[in-house]
Ligand binder design. Structure first.
Ligand SMILES: C[S@@+](CC[C@H](N)C(=O)[O-])C[C@H]1O[C@@H](n2cnc3c(N)ncnc32)[C@H](O)[C@@H]1O
Length: 241
């Protein structure tokens, strides 16, 4: 993965470090509050998954929530070996957790799982993906989703393209990339995805916004639910081509 420095760095150490810093002592029976907002938004949009895949799922609490409440078949991909091990210990066979990145993960090689999922979740992950593997990541997400399936994306929505350095990594530049045209736009620009539900919200934790004088628009988030169809979003023209 020499052409994917950030993906490599996450696989090598940062994903485990992130898990240890934030969730090593988590209670796996409790859905984290930010994950609960995703479950609520999906419910509001009328999405009840039967087969769900989450990329960058950490230890898989959201997947477990759906497996337990709707009986969905749930798969997760996460670069942190420790998060995957913690999730496997906590949830057993209810959730299939695999180590990898969006661009490079074991499900890609399973022809039975291509186009199999009716829900794919990408929660605050796109900004960390190596820019070099961004389009491979988009292609893999599309390959996993079935016709009519939905994609949930949570991401930053700043006013201008911005990248912030991950200050936990001293020896290498790893950035959080926040494009002003959100990653969801890559999907809609294809003509294959349309936004069916959306919410823009502010991370208004006072301490966070005022601590370092950061522009509050940097704390603007966008949750998008996109529906996929290869044909539905085209008007049929009258010409011959
Ligand atoms: C800031 S966290 C976002 C919250 C996270 N989705 C969760 O459920 O806790 C970013 C997550 O994405 C993972 N990640 C980073 N780069 C990734 C990539 N290229 N593909 C998949 N996951 C990635 C990290 O290991 C981490 O779990």
């Amino acid at each position: 993965m020499t052409h994917a420095p950030q993906d490599h760095r996450y696989l090598e150490s940062e994903a485990d470090d992130f898990f240890r810093r934030n969730f090593a002592g988590a209670d796996p029976s409790v859905l984290r509050p930010l994950k609960a907002t995703i479950a609520a938004e999906l419910a509001e949009a009328g999405v009840t998954p039967r087969r769900m895949l989450e990329f960058g799922c950490n230890y898989g609490d959201l997947l477990h929530h759906f497996a337990a409440t709707t009986g969905a078949e749930c798969y997760g991909v996460e670069p942190s070996a420790e998060a995957v091990a913690f999730g496997r210990r906590s949830y057993g066979e209810r959730v299939e957790l695999l180590r990898g990145t969006i661009a490079d993960h074991p499900l890609r090689d399973d022809p039975e799982l291509r186009g199999r999922f009716d829900l794919v979740v990408v929660d605050d992950v796109f900004c960390w993906v190596s820019r070099e593997t961004l389009f491979q990541s988009v292609a893999n997400i599309d390959a996993a989703l079935e016709e009519g399936g939905v994609l949930f994306i949570r991401e930053f929505l700043p006013l201008r393209n911005q990248r912030n350095r991950n200050h936990h990594i001293a020896d290498e530049a790893v950035y959080c990339y926040k494009p002003s045209a959100p990653h969801a736009r890559i999907f809609t620009a294809s003509g294959i995805y349309e936004v069916v539900w959306q919410k823009v919200w502010m991370d208004r934790g006072d301490a966070w916004v005022t601590r370092d004088g950061r522009d509050p628009f940097e704390s603007r988030w966008c949750d998008s639910i996109l529906r996929k169809s290869y044909g539905d979003y085209y008007a049929l023209g009258s010409g011959g081509g």
